[in-house]
Design a protein around this ligand. Structure first.
Ligand code: PLP
Length: 360
C-alpha cells in the first residue's frame, strides 16, 4: 500500500491514524458485532459516539454552554439558505462581506429572504485580500453580519474578526474550523461542512447561540428550522452517523496532538515553509496579500499556463496530488489542512525547488 500526499481542497486528506482506527473497527465496532454504518442511531453505541464527539468538540473549541452544537446534512451550501431563513426575521436585513465564490452564493440565497447590504468586497482584485470596512458602515439594525472566515478558493483568511457589537456575527468556517483557536463568544453562528478539516462529506456542523434558535417563521420546513434539530439533539431524523463517527475520531486525534494551540503551531509552521519558499522564488508567486494569507489553502502561480500545467503533471507523477488551482483562479493550490503532515509540505517545497531549477 502506498499513500500519496493529497493537497485536495475538499473532500480532503484525513489523519492516517483515524483511517486506521476506522479500518480496525469497520466490521466490529467495540464488540458490537456491527459496523457503525449498520447500527441504529438510537442505540447505546451510537448515542455514545455522538455525545463524545460533541463533548470533544466543545472542549477543543471551548464552546460556551449557551451554544448548541448541531450535526446536520446539506453541506455548507444549505446553511447559505438556513441562515437567512432562520435569522433574517426582525428587520429582514443583513450585512455581508463579499470575499469570493462562497460568499457570492450565500448572498444570492440571502437575497431571497430580505435586504442584503454588501458592505465591502475584494471582487475587483479577484478576492486577493480581506477588505477592512469602516465599522461606521455596519447596519445597526441588521439581523446578522456574515463573513467567510477562510476563502478556500482564493487562499485568504481573516486575522481580525470584525467587531459587530450586538449584531450576531455569522461565519462560514468550512475550510478553517479547528485550524487555530477561535473565541466562539464573538460569533452568533459558526458553521462548517465537514469535508475540509473535520471528516467525510455529508456532515455539516453548526454552532449556534441559544437566543438565535426559534425565530424561524411557522411555515419553515421542520428540517430547515434550527429549533427542530436543537430540540432533538440532532436526532430529529437519522443523522449522518458514519460521518459523525469519523469526525469524533478526528476530534480525539486533535486532542491527542495537544489541542488547538499545538494544531495552530503546526499549521503556522507548515504554511510558513511554503510561503517563505514562494516569496523567495523567482518562478512561483502568491497572488494573496501577506496579512490575509490562509494557513489552509495556498494558491500560487508560475505566471505561465503551460508551465503551471507541466508543474501539476510532474508533481502528480511524484505522488503530490490535486495541486490544480480552482478553475476561476488558475495555477496551483496546495490545501494543507490539519491532517497534511509536515513531510508533505517539505516534499512539495523540495519538488518546487527542483522544478524551478529545471525551468528557469
Ligand atoms: C467547500 C466550501 C463550501 C461548500 O460546502 P458544501 O458542503 O459543498 O456545500 C462553502 N463554504 C466554504 C468556505 C467552503 O470551503
Amino acid at each position: 500500500m502506498s499513500r500519496i500526499y493529497n493537497f485536495s481542497a475538499g473532500p480532503a486528506v484525513l489523519p492516517e491514524e483515524v483511517l486506521k482506527t476506522a479500518a480496525d473497527e469497520m466490521l466490529d465496532f467495540k464488540d458490537s458485532g456491527m459496523s457503525v454504518m449498520e447500527m441504529s442511531h438510537r442505540g447505546k453505541e451510537f448515542k455514545e459516539i455522538i455525545e463524545t464527539a460533541e463533548a470533544d468538540l466543545r472542549e477543543l473549541m471551548n464552546i460556551p454552554d449557551n451554544y448548541k452544537v448541531l450535526f446536520l446534512q446539506g453541506g455548507a451550501s444549505l446553511q447559505f439558505a438556513m441562515i437567512p431563513l432562520n435569522l433574517m426575521i426582525q428587520n429582514k436585513k443583513a450585512d455581508y462581506i463579499h470575499t469570493g465564490q462562497w460568499t457570492k452564493k450565500a448572498i444570492s440565497e440571502a437575497k431571497k429572504y430580505g435586504t442584503v447590504n454588501v458592505i465591502a468586497t475584494s471582487e475587483a482584485d479577484n478576492y486577493t485580500y480581506i477588505p477592512e470596512p469602516d465599522p461606521a458602515s455596519f447596519s445597526k439594525d441588521a439581523d446578522y453580519f456574515y463573513i467567510a472566515s477562510n476563502n478556500t478558493i482564493y487562499g485568504t483568511r481573516y486575522t481580525d474578526i470584525p467587531d459587530t457589537g450586538d449584531v450576531p456575527l455569522v461565519a462560514d468556517m468550512s475550510s478553517n474550523i479547528l485550524s487555530e483557536p477561535v473565541d466562539v463568544k464573538k460569533f452568533g453562528v459558526i458553521f462548517a461542512g465537514a469535508q475540509k478539516n473535520i471528516g467525510p462529506a455529508g456532515l455539516t456542523i453548526v454552532i449556534i447561540r441559544d437566543d438565535l434558535i426559534g425565530k424561524a417563521p411557522d411555515n419553515t420546513p421542520s428540517m430547515l428550522n434550527y429549533a427542530t434539530h436543537a430540540n432533538a439533539g440532532s436526532m430529529y431524523n437519522t443523522p449522518p452517523c458514519y460521518a459523525i463517527y469519523i469526525a469524533g475520531l478526528v476530534f480525539k486525534w486533535i486532542k491527542g496532538k495537544g489541542g488547538m494551540e499545538t494544531i495552530k503551531k503546526n499549521n503556522i509552521e507548515k504554511a510558513q515553509i511554503l510561503y517563505d519558499y514562494i516569496d523567495s522564488s523567482a518562478l512561483f508567486k502568491s497572488p494573496v496579500k501577506k496579512k490575509d494569507r490562509s494557513l489552509m489553502n495556498v494558491p500560487f502561480v508560475c505566471g505561465d499556463k503551460e508551465l503551471d500545467a507541466k508543474f501539476i503533471e510532474e508533481a502528480s507523477k511524484l505522488g503530490l496530488k490535486s495541486l490544480k488551482g480552482h478553475r476561476t483562479v488558475g495555477g496551483m493550490r496546495a490545501s494543507i489542512y490539519n491532517a497534511m503532515p509536515l513531510s508533505g509540505v517539505k516534499t512539495l517545497v523540495a519538488f518546487m525547488q527542483e522544478f524551478e531549477k529545471n525551468n528557469t
